[in-house]
Write a protein that binds this ligand. Structure first.
Ligand code: PNW
Length: 453
């Protein structure tokens, strides 16, 4: 009897605090994006956008950013210090093709050097081909809304692969967060081209999907027998109807969920693009060529939002509701459980597809919340792994504080603090915490002490 009581008493606490060990080959990683760190991206649409009055908070401009372009060795050393197995970064199309059809060999050589440096240090390079910024010449032609966008992108991708394809890049992602990028550019106006008309979303959305499909095929054709992995990175947010009793909020939520989270992934799954957004646009187009164009899925997860229906355009309002302790510098709610929910949904959509958590991070200059933020998200990833969901790795966003798009330099996502004057990188406490997790391939986790449940 006593034995049973002791057992009942101890079991819950045993399972609530335990060492979480990750699979042997789990890819611990950090992620960055070229425009946010390299500097001098003069031929890009973002460079031009930053110079339009009122676009970027505090009138910040990317200018030199973190000067990563000139600090490859220093920054690779930081990656080595952290102990990451993979490094996710993006190539800058505007640097590689600054004017239509003119290829900058030095830029391609620069990326070659970067990849070789990573390989030399036993770090797997994960390349993203497009992370928000575009060559200005292409943006001026309408960017993704241009009917020829897939062909322009294909030319760029071909050039890149011909130059860098034999260096052992472990994975190629065509796009980073395409729906977020396009909604920011065409609906909220926060990103270039700075438009605010939801009706404008349809053409670039279809353009991006078709560009992904063509790039996927192109890369595999160029690779021939080389076993390359090509995928896409999608941001998945948890959306909740603001007022549970209001059918309009449920309706708005389902539309946003469909367009933002799933429109691209569903097109790939079904070979069919289907969006019905009555106040904006409706489309129903077969795209059989999109089927089977993912070797892996990259998921970026950050937050949950509450959705309200509004009676004027854009009809949908996303807002954050959470106590102050759970809100980040970006104003986003910290909601670790959401990574579990969204990865699980993605897995149900693509049951056998390998998943990579390509971004998860927090703006937190003081670093008070970051260590616990990382651990609580990882605890859910561990749970997913125990349920046999094939997650290959986890990238913390990001390595060094950087140019945070329309928010400028204020939000601090880095494991390393960036001194904006000297550009010196200094590890925050969480850099040590993360490198310990990597070294031990896990960590001790006490669920009863969770802060963000
Ligand atoms: C990502 N949301 O975007 C981007 O990939 C990065 O370039 C960026 O610096 C980072 O997050 C931090 O902002 C996001 O709606 C877009 O929750 C949307 C969301 C989160 C992140």
């Amino acid at each position: 009897m006593i034995k049973i009581l002791v057992f009942l008493f101890l079991t819950p606490s045993l399972s609530l605090s335990q060492t979480l060990t990750f699979p042997e080959n789990f890819q611990w990683c950090v992620a960055t994006a070229s425009h946010q760190i390299e500097g001098n991206n003069k031929d890009s649409d973002w460079w031009e956008f930053e110079r339009r009055p009122g676009t970027i908070k505090h009138n910040d401009k990317s200018i030199k950013a973190t000067d990563h372009w000139n600090r490859l060795e220093e920054d690779t050393q930081i990656l080595v210090d952290l102990g990451v197995k993979s490094y996710r970064f993006s190539l800058e199309w505007a640097k590689i093709e600054p004017r239509e059809g003119q290829w900058n060999k030095d830029a391609l050589e620069h990326y070659k050097k970067e990849i070789l440096l990573l390989k030399k240090n036993n770090i797997n390079p994960m390349v993203t081909l497009h992370h928000f910024s575009l060559p200005l010449w292409f943006a001026k032609k309408g960017g993704w809304a241009n009917k020829q966008a897939p062909q322009y992108f294909q030319k760029y991708v071909t050039k890149v692969y011909n130059h860098l394809g034999d260096l052992g890049v472990s994975s190629w992602a065509t796009f980073n967060e395409p729906t977020w990028n396009l909604i920011s550019g065409y609906v909220t106006g926060e990103f270039p081209p700075g438009k605010k008309d939801i009706k404008l979303l349809k053409d670039p959305l279809k353009g991006v999907i078709l560009s992904h499909g063509l790039a996927y095929k192109t890369l595999h054709q160029l690779a021939k027998d080389r076993p390359i992995k090509v995928g896409l990175v999608q941001n998945l947010n948890v959306f909740i109807p603001l007022r549970w009793w209001n059918p309009l909020d449920h309706y708005a939520k389902s539309i946003l969920d469909n367009v933002y989270n799933w429109s691209i992934l569903n097109t790939i799954k079904n070979g069919h693009f289907k969006v019905n957004f009555p106040t904006a646009f409706k489309d129903d187009s077969p795209m059989p060529q999109l089927k089977k164009t993912l070797d892996f899925l990259g998921i970026n997860y950050y937050t949950r939002q509450f959705i309200k229906f509004m009676f004027s355009p854009p009809f949908i309002k996303a807002q954050t509701i959470a106590p102050k302790e759970k809100i980040t510098e970006m104003g986003w709610e910290i909601y670790p459980k959401g990574i579990y929910t969204m990865v699980k949904k993605a897995h149900q959509t693509f049951p056998r597809l390998p998943i990579f958590i390509t971004e998860n991070g927090i703006g937190d200059k003081t670093d008070k919340k970051r260590p616990q933020f990382i651990k609580e998200h990882l605890s859910y990833i561990h749970k997913l792994l125990q349920e046999r969901i094939p997650i290959l790795g986890y990238c913390y966003w990001t390595l060094i504080d950087n140019f945070e798009w329309a928010h400028g330099y204020k939000p601090r996502f880095g494991l390393y603090n960036l001194d904006l004057k000297t550009l010196k990188r200094t590890p925050r406490n969480s850099a040590k915490v993360y490198s310990e997790i990597i070294k031990n391939n896990g960590f001790f986790y006490d669920k009863t002490k969770a802060l963000f449940e």
